[in-house]
Design a binder for this molecule. Structure first.
Ligand code: PLP
Length: 419
């Protein structure tokens, strides 16, 4: 009896192995087909390997030293700032490599609480909560806050993480045309039937370098009794006179209710994200937000970097101001040379070229002249709106910027983008 069962079981294992072998082979064929499709569509994203620290000057793996880098979100140059690195090392030594725990079980250290307090103070808000990334902060907030009785109104060009976060919630969803206040007003009128309305927008949009019309959004929010949420990943640390962000730049710090942002761009560039806003909201997120509840605490070294970056920004606005001057230098010189630069006053400077192939060959040619920039085309940006996105950092020198402009002029003439 036992022997028969054992034989059947062994046979079963054998046949399920064969089945899983067939399934694995089928999966492999399907994956190869998908990958071929991506290559065929010309949308394959390859990654260049950097063999040095992040900074304005890079060394690429396999050669390429002294490359001028214009494509990181290292807006303030803090990713390799000596004090930021030292703070990370100190936190690592004092608090260890990591917590091996989520926050509410055994993963909250004094440095996590200190950083949350510092973030809230920086943004002049009541409280803040840390996440492993801003992607997580966006994934967590809408579901925790909004019920089927509520409504969320989202700019159509919001970041993927906002779109995904909204997908996860059960609120009624409205998508308004990009920065179109007439459309937002119409949608707000329609949404009056719901209990609570939340307007969600990027503060600065990363593909176009354009800044949300927050003053008008806040006026509409007031008129139609709505809350305003902004994602400040491309604004925190450098927009506004003191680098507080889009709300400071546009004079509406007291009108925006919720801010989500990242520690992985201007604020040291390591990783991490957060929500800052009213204390009861932050308390609720600690109870209900799934990426917070079910994911590991931020590693101490990462907390150390961000904390030092905020100290540097709160001590002086000199770094933020210097970035604004560099941005102005690049934008005005490129415009004078005949290029069209999208957006306004933002260190994201998309050089609009239209044609996808032109953007790709010009970016390659720029690299052969030692300037690292990236071409974007469909589906990352709309068809016919291909561009090379240039990102300025406070640690670019005037000479770096001038070298980049000169290379653009040469390459633009060579490929017919300039007369
Ligand atoms: N929101 C915006 C607008 C972003 O650009 C990004 C990153 O690219 C994120 C959210 C996600 O930030 P993180 O890298 O901290 O997950």
């Amino acid at each position: 009896m036992w022997r028969g069962a054992a034989v059947r079981a062994v046979r079963g294992i054998g046949s399920s192995r064969a089945a899983s072998g067939a399934a694995a082979a089928q999966l492999r064929r399907w994956l190869e087909g998908e990958l071929e499709g991506i290559r065929g569509a010309g949308t394959w994203k390859s990654e260049r390997v950097i063999a040095s620290r992040q900074g304005p000057h890079l060394r690429l793996a396999g050669g390429g030293a002294g490359i001028l880098n214009f494509c990181a979100n290292n807006y303030l140059g803090l990713s390799s700032h000596p004090q930021v690195i030292r703070a990370a090392v100190q936190a690592l030594e004092e608090f260890g490599a990591g917590l091996s725990s989520v926050r509410f079980i055994c993963g909250t250290q004094s440095i996590h609480k200190d950083l949350e307090e510092k973030i809230a103070r920086f943004h002049q808000r009541e409280d803040a909560i840390l996440y492993a990334s801003c992607f997580d902060a966006n994934a967590g907030i809408f579901e925790a806050l909004l019920t089927p009785e509520d409504a969320v109104l989202s700019d159509e060009l919001n970041h993927a993480s906002i779109i995904d976060g909204i997908r996860l919630c059960k609120a009624n969803k409205y998508r308004y045309k990009h920065m179109d206040m007439h459309d937002l007003e119409a949608k707000l009128q329609d949404a009056q039937k719901h209990r609570l309305r939340l307007v969600a927008t990027d503060g600065a949009f990363s593909m176009d370098g354009d800044i949300a019309p927050l003053r008008e959004i806040c006026q509409l929010a007031q008129k139609y009794d709505a809350l305003v949420f902004i994602d400040e990943c491309h604004a925190t640390g450098f927009l506004g006179p003191n680098g507080r962000g889009t709300d400071e730049l546009l004079g509406v710090m007291d009108k925006v209710t919720i801010i989500n942002s990242t520690l992985g761009k201007a604020l040291g560039g390591a990783a991490g994200g957060y929500t800052t806003g009213p204390k009861p909201l932050i308390d609720l997120l600690r109870q209900r937000s799934r990426p917070y509840l079910f994911s590991n605490s931020l590693p101490p070294a990462v907390v150390g970097c961000a904390s030092k970056a905020l100290d540097l920004l709160m001590e002086s606005n000199a770094i933020a101001q210097s970035m604004a001057a560099k941005t102005q230098r690049f934008r005005s010189k490129m415009t004078a040379a005949g290029f069209t630069i999208s957006g306004k006053d933002h260190p994201i400077c998309p050089v609009m070229l239209g044609d996808a192939r032109l953007a790709a060959v010009m970016a390659e040619d720029m690299l052969s002249r030692g300037i690292y920039v990236i071409g974007f085309s469909y589906p990352v940006v709309p068809k016919g709106k291909a561009r090379i996105r240039v990102q300025i950092s406070a640690v670019h020198s005037d000479e770096d910027i001038d070298r980049c402009v000169e290379a653009f002029i040469e390459v633009g003439r060579k490929h017919g983008a300039l007369p």
